[in-house]
Design a protein around this ligand. Sequence first.
Ligand SMILES: Nc1ncnc2c1ncn2[C@@H]1O[C@H](COP(=O)(O)OP(=O)(O)OP(=O)(O)O)[C@@H](O)[C@H]1O
Ligand SMILES: [Mg+2]
Length: 172
Amino acid sequence: MKIAITGTPGTGKTTATKKLPKKYSVTHLNELVKNKQLYTEKDKKRDSYIIDLQKIEQTIPEKGVFESHFSHQLDVDRIIILRCHPTQLRKRLKQKNFNEQKINENVMAETVDVILLEAMQTQKPINEIDTTNLNPKQVAEKIQETIEKQPEENTGKIDWINELNEENDIQL
Ligand SMILES: Nc1ncnc2c1ncn2[C@@H]1O[C@H](COP(=O)(O)OP(=O)(O)OP(=O)(O)O)[C@@H](O)[C@H]1O
Ligand SMILES: [Mg+2]
């Protein structure tokens, strides 16, 4: 079984999955892509890589947990999406020293459910975990629980636009 842990950059995928017990054999795909040069190009302007999905598929183990903001694009059996309230996400991205433009792009992507919509197109089972008020250990526990119990899909419960609107952070 292959399980994708995905989510907008900054939602805490790497931090949380580093706290999973060894038996889940986590592959940190961003590291793998860099170390094994599984990309077609380096986008210097955006400080990112154009990944080579085919090469990645050929390189990764046959089972385990695969974490990255693109892991839902792989041939996985299940998808777990980490979510984070946009205001909290902005703080986490600042901690990562992302530049203002990258922070804004990612906060916007999280607000409008970009990864969820991409994941839904795969037709694979999806579970979302709201990490906003959880520490990394608690997120790891939720991931573990989701893997073990295989609960029903819970997509669509998170609605950041509505929450921001209620907090008067945006006007619709
Ligand atoms: N549950 C959490 N609560 C508060 N801060 C967190 C939490 N998880 C991670 N962080 C912090 O948020 C930042 C982003 O975390 P992390 O790098 O794990 O995100 P990521 O989803 O792996 O991002 P990327 O897709 O860019 O690799 C880090 O500074 C980390 O210390
Ligand atoms: Mg990461």
